[in-house]
Each structure stands twice: as structure tokens, then as C-alpha cells.
Design a protein around this ligand. Sequence first.
Ligand SMILES: *Cc1c(COP(=O)(O)O)cnc(C)c1O
Length: 394
Amino acid sequence: MMNPQPSSNIEPVALLDVGRGNQPLRDEVLSAIAEVYDSGRFLFGPAVSELEQAVAETCNTKTAVGCASGSDALLLALMANDIGPGDEVIVPSFTFFATASCVTRVGAKLVFVDIDPQTYNLSPEAVANAITPRTRAIIPVHLFGQSAAMDEITRLAEGKGISVIEDAAQAIGAAYHGRPVGSWGQCGCISFYPTKNLGGIGDGGMLSTNSESFADRVRLCASHGMRPRYYHSIVGINSRLDTIQATALVIKMRHLNRYSQMRRDNAQRYMQMFQEAGIVSESADGVQLPYQDPAALHVWNQFSLRVGGGQRDALREHLSQQKIGSEIYYPIPLHQQECYADLGYGAGSLPETERAAKEILHLPIYPELTEQEQTRVVAAVAAYYGANSISSAA
Ligand SMILES: *Cc1c(COP(=O)(O)O)cnc(C)c1O
């Protein structure tokens, strides 16, 4: 490429540095964990219900149920609905694997549908066309922190015995038309994986719901279907959020609104910087900024560029040479994964999903990213396109 060799003294810009968020809370978290250690209440400690309450408040739902991961939250949601063989579940293919694998796990049929090319979220029109009498659930994903079109999707499900299970793994704190994600559907599935907007110090997950009876069913499914002790009415799994995780998360949760605002500020700064650098274009061959749905309160788990003209991988290589972290979420759509080859979705079956997988590129956006680092990122992208107007800022 035309790039000069990176000088060895340029500071790397990491895609994500969880340490910057965790370090200021270190003493507070460690002393709270020490209390858990001394208490011996490693499971079902008070921090678990405290976190459940805090998440329910954020989602504006009646209740929430902790579990071991976001993946388990999705699986438990299907189990609690008794979804299984003969049932169909509509999911996007442009998402993390866990959105779909839960459907396979319960033995139901995956129905992949295409996305809206602007938001990358489930296309309501595609969902409408995929609904059959066997459809039991729809799993919209609030991808990259922006809510799917929940008004339309919930309307499509209404009165048909179809549960809407929100995959809110990347979107805690987001909203649509002012209503928090996790409160639109029957439940919201949240992940505390360390890279998520509310990241733990290990794995963790939660379901938000307005239905006490559904929450109770989820708790039963998450505890081997055991009630009372050693009496099993159904075959469940073991999925718990442990007290140490909840303890760290309760502390971080107090800062969630601030973290979300920092992500939004970073996103707006990128938008302005990219516009000023003069490399954004409406053309399909150029660079397009992420689309913001005016109805959505975005929490920016990821900031994505759409890089047309077949330039995505070369641009990413250029950024890597400049020591700038980037990632592709997701390079292979789920309908094209080897494990789902037998479902028979050929190349071209979900055109917008396949195009997004070829064109999307994600840049650092985490809350503590500095303006100076963002300047470097934008300058490096600009330099790739030969727009040297601001590259001197590097
Ligand atoms: C992270 C993620 C999950 C799974 O969450 P884990 O806590 O890692 O199991 C599910 N869906 C989406 C969209 C995710 O990004």
C-alpha cells in the first residue's frame, strides 16, 4: 500500500481498553468482593437481587432474573416459552451466534430473515413475510446498541401467540420512542460479557420482563426445573449469576448512564470529524457513517463504518499498520456458517446481510476513548483515502 511504515513510537489506539473503565472503581469493587468472600454467600447473595432490581429499573420492567450469560438468557427465554421441535423462531442472521444457537439448542426451526440496510437491525417487512402458523417467537437484536423497530415488530407478533424476545445483549440503557429496550417484548436478554456496555469481570446475564409468572418460569428453568428441592417437574439447566459478578456489576451499574453518554459523545464527535475530513459520501463506493434512527436512543456498543468499493479489508489493514484497533462484527453471517449449511440458505438468500458482512468495519468507541485518539483514528482513515486535510493531526 501507499502507507508509510508506521514509526515505532506511535501510540496504539486500542479497540477497547476495559482497564480504563475498571481502574477508577478498583478499590470499591475489591473491598465489596472481599465482603462476599468473607460472607461465604457465593450464590444468591444480596447483590444478585440488588442488581436484578437495578436492571429492572433501567429497563422499566417489573422484574429481572439473573443468569450465567447473555447466551443463557436467550436459551432460558425459549425454554420458558416451551418452544421446541415443530416450532419456528424468526431471527436475524447478521448478529452474534448466540441469537440463533439457542433456537437450535431447543430443537426448534431457525428462520433467518434479512436486515434493514441502514440500521442493520431486523427488517419488519422481512419478518412479516416470514411469519407462518408455526412461528412461536421473534428475536430482534438491538445491534451495536441501537434498538430495532420494536413498534412494528411487536405489532406483527400481536394476537398471533408469538413471543417477542429482545436480544438486548449490546443495548442495556437504549430506548425506542422513549421506551427502554427490554420492556417492549415478553422479555429482554442482557449480557454482562466484559465488552458489553455494562461489562462484568467475567460472564453474566439477565432477563428483564414485565411478567412475574414468566420470571418465575425462567427461574424454574434456570434451576434444573427443581421445586421444591430434589423434585423436578421439568428438565431445566443450571444457570446462575454469582454473587461476585453481581457485586462488581452493582457498582458499575451506578455509572451506566454516564458511560452511555460518553459513548454518545464519542459517536457525535466521530460524526463531526468524519464530515470535516471530507471522506464521507452517499455513494455506495465510499465511506458511510452509521445511521441513527430518530426514534432510537442509541447507546453505541459499537461504531461502524460502511466501507464500499471493496476497500474494507485494505482499510482495516492500513489501520492495523497505524496501530489502530478495529474489528468486523460480523464477517460471516449466521446463515452461511458451516454448522448451518444444512438449513439450505444459499449465497444471495439474504442480500443485505451478506453485503453488510462484506462492508462493515468497527472502530474504537468505548467511553474513555480520548478526543486525541479519535483524531488519530479519523486521520488514519482520511490518509487511506488520500484526503490529507487533517492527517497532520496525527
Ligand atoms: C454478547 C452477545 C450475546 C451473548 O452474550 P454472552 O453473555 O456472551 O453469552 C448474545 N447476543 C448478542 C447480540 C451479543 O452481542
